[in-house]
Design a protein around this ligand. Sequence first.
Ligand code: ZN
Length: 90
Amino acid sequence: MIKLRAELKCYLCGRTAGELETAGGQEGTRRTFRPAPGMESLVGIEVRKARCLGCGGGLYVEEIERVYFLSERPLKPEKRGRKPRRRPAA
Ligand SMILES: [Zn+2]
């Protein structure tokens, strides 16, 4: 499963309005908006219409980051040490 994460930032003051998370699936995409502290009232507003609560500037999406969710399998390096052979006692 792949998730895309992006930050929503203000053009004018550079304030972070929140985080946008998109879970990519074949049947449409689901978006989750996590507002930054103090930006809670942006929840539910379309990103294109949302404005910075500090200065009223437009918001843009910055730095989309792919987050891969791997199945929970801890990747342990295989130990490939040779076992010391025991010499048969003479
Ligand atoms: Zn701003």
